[in-house]
Design a protein around this ligand. Structure first.
Ligand code: SF4
Length: 265
């Protein structure tokens, strides 16, 4: 791999684990491809994240009102990716509803915010670990908690890699480890929390450092050709995967029964 410093985040490491060739196209070759269709879920998620960040940054409690929270969503609304005005309106109303539920029973109320939607970088000898933290705060029991807001409907536990990266980045910024990492599912106003102990800190550092070292040393970026490539990968057209797919189609045509060939035409 080149001597340029590699920037690694949860997303890029997940990409490496999913397909090494895709990782190379995207993060080493920095190959740009024409953007796929704008994604309404991404627009919706980013609109809500910016809104909550703005709201969390309001210091004066008299401005922490529901109508202000709703208006922040209107101000931060990203319009890309919706198929019609009706669909956009439906998502907008869903967003207002989500924020109303959050406002009426917030699961992340505390004494002091320490980090609000901040990109954090941790420099290592030959790579930089980076990522954005939605919120880190001191809760009412004096514990320091990392919050990652989620706008999707599927509730899943914190995965080990994500948890590890959050911990390391928070430590980089605060100089100590938080005691909890939580995923906050806004659509259900439900929080899933992992308590952090000495063991999880040790494991986190090992997981991230091993993976980053592995990526740094990788020479052979194998492609992981699978049935999702065509629909899910923006590099499908430039990747050898498309050639494999085409040749297997040709092979399957070659193997067609003679009678069937006659039947088609
Ligand atoms: S098309 Fe498939 S094999 Fe090729 S880079 Fe994308 S995910 Fe990897």
């Amino acid at each position: 791999m080149s001597n340029r410093k590699l920037y690694l985040s949860n997303t890029s490491i997940q990409t490496f684990l999913q397909c090494k060739q895709k990782f190379k196209y995207k993060y080493i070759d920095k190959m740009s491809v024409s953007e796929s269709n704008p994604n309404k879920y991404l627009s919706f998620g980013n609109s809500i994240h910016t809104t909550l960040a703005n709201f969390n940054l309001i210091a004066d409690s008299k401005y922490k009102q529901l109508d202000i929270l709703h208006n922040l969503l209107r101000k931060n609304w990203i319009r890309d990716g919706y198929e019609s005005k009706e669909e956009e309106r439906e998502f907008g109303l869903r967003g207002l509803d989500m924020l109303s539920n959050y406002y009426s029973k917030p699961q992340d109320k505390g004494k002091k915010n320490l980090i609000i939607e901040e990109m954090i970088y941790k420099n290592n000898d030959d790579y930089v670990l980076c990522g954005k933290l939605d919120k880190v705060y001191i809760d009412n029991k004096d514990s320091v908690e990392i919050i990652d807001y989620k706008t999707g409907n599927t509730v899943t536990p914190v995965d080990n890699l994500q948890l590890s990266i959050y911990l390391i980045l928070a430590k980089e910024k605060l100089n100590y480890y938080p005691s909890k990492v939580s995923l906050y599912y806004l659509s259900k106003n439900k929080k899933i929390t992992n308590e952090i102990d000495e063991n999880s800190i040790k494991n986190s550092n090992e997981i991230v450092s091993n993976l980053c070292e592995k990526i740094k040393k990788e020479e052979n970026f194998k492609l992981n050709f699978n049935s999702h490539c065509k629909n899910n990968c923006e590099y499908y057209k430039v990747c050898d995967a498309s050639k494999i797919a085409n040749s297997s189609n040709i092979e399957s045509l070659d193997n067609l029964d003679e009678n069937f060939k006659n039947f088609i035409f």
